[in-house]
Design a protein around this ligand. Structure first.
Ligand SMILES: CC(=O)SCCNC(=O)CCNC(=O)[C@H](O)C(C)(C)COP(=O)(O)OP(=O)(O)OC[C@H]1O[C@@H](n2cnc3c(N)ncnc32)[C@H](O)[C@@H]1OP(=O)(O)O
Ligand SMILES: CC(C)C(=O)C(=O)O
Length: 552
């Protein structure tokens, strides 16, 4: 016990002394505390407007960028990388507009380690409440040799020069070692130490090509913090790409090993396979506070609205199974899951839909759904089942429909129940099978088999169309002598797998009935509706049901 308490105290002291030292040193050094972030939370640096925009096809206009920046500000994102000021006059104007009007987040512009880039970034950031210049240079052997065509010594020199130049403009300077994920650790230590000495207060370790693996990447961050003598004078940041689908995992591993800034984007937008997604980072840190023991300032309520905004501005749809912001992230279709969630939400949900800005979670009715979800939804729609048999009957019809249709909507359910209500009449006629041939240049023909009081009968007829042929085939068996007064088809949901709802009005010697039929095949729906009408003409009520009168 004593041993544990000493350990706890030791850890706290270690934590505090590092935090305090960091805060004091940065405040003292620059005498401007605006940008200083304490070490007791993870700074969220959003780069949707810079790296996100590097997604082919994701270019945004100035006003679109401004509206996204405002949404990020509302979400309490700490740093917004608004663009790369030297890239184009438009990008310059966007950074400037955001710096001029977004006041609660730090606004940042990227720049190469070149004077002209840095000066342009500084100019765009002039109006910012809190502006940051983010300068970078590649540090991996492959980039230095083949892209920059520079010796490592020259790269260090250029990095130091760039940081100093940026510091002449602003107090808040971030330095990135591009392609750090493939850089040599000794060289990283050397250049980072020099960049911190030159005045960089944030050191970013990008896994530019998404090469890292979580455990190894976390270890790299830990080693850098431990080995670089002045590491306590800067906040270590990570910027992970998703080429192997590991951007979020790598970022989280870095946080566990001392990184206190994560660069990320809404919906994981970004160069090639994208960046670490902001929503996943924020919600992982929040949901697994037991492991991370740290927080972000982000208000998660704004996650879904911002995701939708980014998606609509860029035209990049969010995949339905995307964590947090995908349409299915809080949707349940399987009966066992639905039953669990209805009994106790947390059986299958580790976060709440409302926490991240959805209105609610969703129960999607489909072929995997069970009675509990089916009954609950129908109750919400105002339908109650009086007996278990009734529920079972409707549920069986629902399963039949679900086999034919991907998703069952409320409209389908209403129809299913009214259709089901019709079944409370003892049906004389039932459709067994229907085969229709309809070919260009040929007369449509229908072959129908119906059951009459349990006995099957077959009829064949031609007609002006497949529906007409089907009705004539039925009449060739039944010979009801009734007159068709109305035929209407309604697609009750959108999409080609929608159910067609058919109404057939028959008049038999002044007795008028409306038959209803529904099916994903409208010819079958029509035949069902016709038979339903015939049943109503001769139906004898077996037992009363409150919905029968309205539903039929
Ligand atoms: C990993 C990342 O995401 S980095 C950011 C990537 N984003 C972008 O590139 C988007 C914006 N880029 C642009 O608009 C243009 O590339 C510009 C305006 C920056 C430069 O355009 P250009 O002057 O025509 O150069 P170009 O793009 O053809 O080549 C890049 C040049 O910058 C050099 N360079 C690349 N990175 C750096 C750096 N960090 N510091 C200094 N120089 C660099 C390259 O070596 C190359 O120099 P060279 O022309 O002498 O060979
Ligand atoms: C400029 C840096 C941070 C970058 O975007 C990358 O390395 O991917």
């Amino acid at each position: 016990m004593f041993h544990k308490a000493v350990l706890l105290l030791y850890n706290r002291l270690l934590h505090f002394s590092r935090d305090d030292y960091q805060k004091f040193s940065i405040v003292n050094q620059y005498n401007n505390s605006e940008f200083v972030m304490s070490n007791d939370r993870v700074i969220i640096f959003d780069t949707t407007l810079r790296d996100g925009e590097q997604s082919p096809g994701a270019s945004m206009t100035k006003s679109e960028k401004l509206s996204i920046a405002k949404s990020l500000e509302k979400m309490k994102v700490d740093v917004i990388e608004a663009g790369f000021a030297i890239a184009s006059p438009g990008d310059f104007e966007s950074v400037k507009a955001i710096a001029d009007s977004v006041k609660d987040s730090t606004i940042c512009s990227l720049s190469r380690a070149l004077d002209k880039d840095i000066d342009r970034a500084a100019e765009a950031l002039k109006g910012a409440n809190s502006g940051r210049i983010h300068t970078f240079i590649a540090t991996s052997p492959i980039h230095m040799e083949h892209k920059l065509r520079m010796q490592p010594d020259q790269v260090v020199e250029q990095a130091v020069h760039a940081v100093k130049r940026a510091r002449n403009h602003v107090a808040d300077v971030e330095f990135s070692c591009e392609d750090a994920g493939r850089s040599e650790i000794d060289f990283l230590c050397r250049i980072i130490e020099a960049a911190i000495d030159a005045g960089a207060s944030t050191i970013n370790i990008p896994d530019t090509v998404g090469y890292a693996i979580p455990e190894q990447f976390g270890q790299t961050i830990k080693t850098l913090i431990e080995r670089i003598p002045n590491s306590d004078k800067a906040i270590f940041s990570v910027h992970c790409h998703n080429d192997l689908g590991l951007a979020v995992a790598n970022s989280l591993s870095a946080v566990q090993n001392g990184a206190r800034q994560v660069e990320c984007t809404i919906n994981g937008l970004g160069e090639r396979a994208g960046n670490a997604s902001l929503e996943e980072i924020v919600m992982a840190i929040r949901t697994r506070k037991d492991l991370f023991n740290i927080e972000t300032a982000v208000d998660p309520q704004f996650i879904v609205p911002t995701s939708k905004l980014v998606s609509s501005v860029t035209g990049f749809a969010v995949q339905p199974n995307k964590a947090i912001v995908g349409a299915n992230a809080f949707a349940h279709e399987s009966g066992i899951h639905q039953d669990g969630v209805l009994k106790h939400r947390e059986t299958y949900e580790i976060m709440s839909a409302q926490d991240v800005g959805w209105n609610t979670n969703r129960m999607v009715l489909g072929k995997h759904s069970g009675r509990n979800a089916f009954k609950t939804r129908l109750e919400e729609l105002g339908h109650t089942f009086e007996t278990e048999t009734e529920l079972n009957h409707a549920f069986a019809n629902f399963k039949d429909l679900a086999d034919k249709k991907h998703e069952i909507y409320d409209e389908d359910l209403h129809l299913l129940v009214s259709d089901n209500a019709a079944k409370h009449f003892e049906d004389k006629y039932e459709l067994v099978s229907l085969k229709v041939t309809s070919c260009t240049g040929e007369i449509p023909e229908a072959e129908v088999v119906i059951s009459i009081d349990g006995k099957e009968a077959k009829g064949v007829a031609q007609g002006s169309g497949p529906v007409d042929a089907s009705f004539k085939a039925i009449e060739s068996i039944v010979a009801s002598g009734s007159e068709l007064q109305l035929y209407s088809v309604n697609a009750i949901t959108s999409g080609t797998d929608s159910q067609g709802e058919v109404t057939v009005r028959l008049d038999h010697s002044g007795k008028i009935v409306n038959g209803l039929g529904a099916d994903t095949d409208i010819v079958i729906a029509s035949a069902k509706a016709y038979l339903h009408a015939l049943n109503l003409l001769g139906a004898k009520v077996v037992r009363e049901h409150p919905q029968t009168a309205e539903g039929v």
